[in-house]
Design a protein around this ligand. Structure first.
Ligand code: DAH
Length: 351
């Protein structure tokens, strides 16, 4: 019978096709060839309509067998090819876990930034606000309004980088005292700190740098006293250098404070008995401070009959060097990563 011969022919062709197929594309091609819309088996099925019921029965059975043969064989091949593909991929992508790992270099916080963060946190916890001011400053704010007129001899100790006759790179963050008072139109009592860069025409050596940092502190209120200044600095020193530290006030001179003091902390290396670090005095100088001079208050719009204030200026590199035992200020600025990462590893570092 013609149809049966056709079925046998298709089956033979199918067997040879199946034997030859060796990739997934080939599988798809033979699926289309036999089972697609115009596929050979599909065509056979279309012929069913023209047959008698008797023939249909026989024929249907043969077609079904053919279809089953096709499906089960193609399925087996498809599975095998897929598995081979996966294995090939796995072989190519093999990970050698004995290879050394790629080193991930993590950035760190500069020791000076860490100190500034610590100081800010400490003073903010005592109710201070952190403010900033420009590094290019007017002579008026940097000197004049801080009670340092043009010919004042104290200007000599702060050899400056002038940009014009009346503009310079600020030599001290004290300039921000003037700015803070002038900006405070309502004359509200206030407490600020200002960490920032300062510049002086110094020759760089182990303890001097032409660019360095200070942190200014200023409190202006109707009633504040030297005892408050002392109490504040005591809290700062104990929290920053350690609970066992004590401070002493040494009378000094700053044009913008009266009285003025230099503040020493008991030596953290020898505990006060005397060693090379404290030059055998038992004390280490850490900052300048005093009660704001009435001339400064008045010049900045705060009536000195009504308001009083205290101020202090901390050398940031100086306290950082003392705290970390660093001997050369230039280490902060030469950016040698071996030096910097060393301090990043200390407590609070992100390693
Ligand atoms: N500005 C001073 C300096 O650079 C430090 C200083 C001393 C700041 C006394 C103050 C202060 O606020 O009250 O040497």
């Amino acid at each position: 019978m013609v149809i049966n011969e056709q079925i046998i022919k298709i089956k033979e062709e199918m067997i040879s096709d199946i034997n030859l197929v060796n990739d997934i594309n080939g599988v798809n091609d033979i699926k289309v060839k036999y089972m697609g819309k115009k596929g050979l088996i599909t065509d056979l099925m279309k012929m069913m309509g023209e047959l008698s019921p008797e023939q249909k029965k026989d024929f249907g059975k043969s077609i079904n067998e053919l279809k089953e043969y096709f499906n089960s064989n193609v399925l087996i091949i498809e599975e095998r090819l897929k598995e081979e593909g996966i294995n090939r991929k796995l072989n190519n992508e093999k990970i050698d876990i004995t290879l050394p790992a790629t080193q991930i270099r993590v950035g760190g916080v500069h020791p000076i930034v860490k100190i500034v963060d610590e100081l800010e946190e400490l003073f903010v916890s005592m109710g201070y606000s952190v403010v900033s001011g420009p590094e290019v400053e007017s002579d008026l704010y940097n000197f004049e309004m801080l009670n340092l007129p043009k010919e004042h001899p104290a200007r000599d100790s702060q050899d400056s980088f002038y940009i014009t006759n009346d503009t310079l790179l600020r030599t001290q963050t004290s300039a921000v005292q003037v700015r803070s008072m002038l900006a405070n139109q309502e004359k509200k009592p206030f407490k600020i700190i200002c960490p920032g860069n300062t510049y002086r025409r110094d020759s760089d050596d182990a303890t001097h740098s032409h660019q360095f940092m200070q942190m200014e502190g200023l409190v202006v209120q109707e009633n504040v006293s030297l005892a408050d200044l002392k109490g504040t600095l005591e809290v700062f020193v104990k929290r920053f250098f350690g609970e066992e530290r004590v401070i002493r006030f040494r009378p000094s001179f700053f044009p913008f404070t009266e009285p003025s003091y230099e503040v020493d902390v008991s030596c953290f290396k020898c505990g006060g008995v005397g060693c090379p670090l404290c030059k055998n005095t038992g004390w280490i100088e850490i900052l300048g401070s005093g009660m704001v001079h009435p001339n400064v208050l008045n010049a900045c719009g705060f009536d000195s009959n009504k308001y009083v204030g205290f101020a202090f200026g901390i050398g940031i590199e100086r306290v950082a060097m003392l705290k970390y035992g660093i001997n050369d200020i230039r280490d902060f600025y030469t950016n040698d990563l071996r030096f910097l990462s060393n301090y990043d590893r200390m407590e609070g570092g992100n390693k």
